[in-house]
Ligand binder design. Structure first.
Ligand SMILES: Cc1cc2nc3c(=O)[nH]c(=O)nc-3n(C[C@H](O)[C@H](O)[C@H](O)COP(=O)(O)O)c2cc1C
Length: 200
């Protein structure tokens, strides 16, 4: 599959067959992720790969508790809370592989002023997103499916505590992946003209 085909055929896949993903395939995906461009080539991405059922479950429970607390604070109807919490649990525990993409500032430049420090953080976040996009495209090329879950952004301390992550790892996204158990949904895209301005 060439890169254009991978880009055009990739869709988020949220349900997976129970089949395990061989370690060498996971390593190829991570290798592709790490070939992404990054600010100053500092490679500020870090990945935690979770395949152990017990760890998935701990993570899903802890994140679910945080989701429940947030929704209760929002005064969401209890039925909607139960639906969202159980959907999140099923998504996290039902994926053969979880890849937690994290950001570290440990090798990034440091600045005394908040404006440039913020720009440096954004560059690190952009670099991590590029790595994840590589991983998603490589996943597609390997015949696997994947989906980006933003949930760790809402409970980074919970995720860090469950996985005992290094202090400087900032959880950014949880990528679920495995062999697809659902057909891709055609989400479509808005017309190019609504997203681009040309200065010719
Ligand atoms: C930053 C980001 C956050 C996302 N968060 C979630 C999420 O929490 N749950 C989810 O099901 N999909 C999530 N997605 C997947 C998007 O919903 C999906 O990419 C979008 O609807 C387009 O569909 P496609 O990926 O199939 O083309 C996220 C994607 C990105 C890039």
């Amino acid at each position: 599959m060439n890169v254009t085909e991978a880009i055009r055929s990739r869709r988020s896949i949220r349900r997976y067959l129970p089949e395990q993903v061989p370690d060498e395939v996971v390593m190829r995906l991570l290798e592709a992720a790490c070939w992404a461009p990054s600010a100053h080539n500092r490679q500020p991405w870090r990945f935690a790969v979770i395949t152990a059922a017990v760890v998935k479950e701990q993570l899903a429970r802890a994140m679910g508790a945080r989701l429940r607390a947030d929704l209760e604070r929002d005064d969401a109807p209890s039925q909607a809370i139960e639906r969202d919490v159980s959907r999140s649990f099923a998504r996290i525990t039902g994926a053969p592989v979880l890849v937690l993409a994290c950001l570290t500032l440990s090798d990034m430049d440091t600045y005394a002023d908040a404006k440039r420090a913020r720009a440096e953080w954004v560059m690190a976040a952009q670099s991590v997103a590029m790595a994840v996009q590589n991983l998603l495209l490589a996943t597609q090329a390997e015949g696997l499916g994947a989906c980006w879950m933003c949930a760790p952004l809402f409970c980074p301390e919970t995720v860090r505590a469950v996985l005992d992550l290094p202090e400087d790892w900032e959880p950014q996204a949880l990528i679920t992946l495995g062999y697809p158990a659902e057909p891709p949904k055609d989400k479509g895209r808005e017309p190019l003209t609504s997203r681009v301005i040309f200065y010719r």
